[in-house]
Design a protein. Structure first.
Length: 306
């Protein structure tokens, strides 16, 4: 029986673990299918306060993990496949392992959708990115490509045009899912060139660093190579919330709904990080919300002492 179980070991989960451990709650962190979360898939992080020279994503996450362990947080590998939140203690299954806990913090994150191209995942941090805010700065005066046709692709194209010498916005259809106002804003941006209806066939990185993309027109079948030092994949995110369907309140896109900080529709269950945030999605905001969830869980346990 645990006081607090934390699902997810990204920035939000680990910060919650540090706070819960320092509150003597002996939390258990269940790693999840992507231990370390999205930071573990990136290279340089230059916007996390406290590291004036930047830090590598995996190193930052490892330091957070060590910090949580130092105060007594326990870690278990595995991904949660079932939860019973009908009564306390809550029951959690991760494969063959079963846990019971008085409070639960869900910090399961959201996974950026990828195109599914060969080498794409391995090139994250070497030219492929799923976060313009995080990585735009690395592409000053360089040509880049943005893939997608939703609001994220529009917003990122505009944002990236501040740095890049040229932005190629590649979308698979001639129509856009993005709102008209966002499309209009990008159309007025002289640095952005629209390429539709084009799909990316290959990310070109002969030396291990992205140099461009090969694209194909879905109507004419014409193929082209576009020079780009960065490829920003902006085709949406999937929150990791399947096991909570029907158990915790979600929005239309499957993100968990947080109220008054980290509270969910079930008392004793708290939420932190990208699993409840499709707006900011930053390491520092995830860390902040992990702190909030741990403090809310601590307060809840104090109020529900037997
Ligand atoms: P989205 O609206 O789901 O759009 C995803 C885009 O990626 C679509 O254009 C889709 O093409 C394309 N796509 C999906 N899978 C693809 C694949 N395998 N290959 C190529 N293209 C693919 O996602 P989003 O843009 O991240 O937005 C998510 C939510 O956040 C939306 O509700 C959006 O309005 C909101 N948002 C709002 C703002 C803002 O208002 N400032 C900013 C960002 C996001 P198809 O259209 O052909 O399916």
């Amino acid at each position: 029986m645990y006081n607090v179980v934390i699902i997810g070991s990204g920035c939000a989960g680990l910060t919650a673990a540090i706070y819960a451990a320092r509150a003597n709650l002996n939390p258990l962190v269940i790693d999840g299918h992507e231990p370390g979360g999205q930071l573990s898939l990136t290279t340089h992080v230059e916007n996390f306060p406290g590291f004036p020279d930047g830090i590598l994503g995996p190193e930052l996450i490892e330091k957070m993990r060590q910090q949580a362990q130092r105060f007594g947080a326990e870690f278990k590998a595995g991904a949660v496949n079932e939860v019973d939140l009908r009564q306390r203690p809550f029951r959690i299954n991760a494969g063959k392992d079963k846990y019971e806990t008085q409070a639960l913090i869900v910090a399961a994150g959201a996974s950026a959708r990828l195109l599914g191209l060969k080498g794409e995942r391995e090139l994250i941090g070497h030219g492929v990115s799923t976060c313009a805010t995080c990585d735009g700065y690395f592409f000053r005066e360089k040509p880049i490509a943005v893939v997608g046709g939703g609001d994220s692709a529009m917003e990122e194209s505009n944002f990236l045009s501040r740095y890049a010498s040229k932005v190629h916005l590649i979308h698979r259809r001639n129509e856009f899912r993005a709102s008209k106002i966002m499309i209009d804003r990008v159309r007025k941006n002289e640095k952005v060139e629209f390429l539709t209806p084009f799909v990316v066939e290959e990310i070109l990185a002969p030396k291990g660093l992205v140099e461009g993309v090969r694209v194909r027109n879905t109507e004419t079948k014409e193929e082209r190579e576009i020079p780009a030092d960065g490829v920003f994949v902006a085709i949406g995110h999937n929150p990791n919330t399947t096991v909570f369907k029907g158990k915790l309140e979600m929005d239309a896109n499957g993100y968990l709904v947080a109220k008054h900080g980290s509270l969910t529709s079930v008392p004793g269950v708290f939420v932190a990080g990208d699993v409840q945030d499709h707006r900011y999605r930053q390491a520092v905001t995830a860390a902040g919300s992990g702190c909030m969830a741990a403090m809310d869980a601590e307060k809840f346990l104090e109020e529900h002492k037997h």
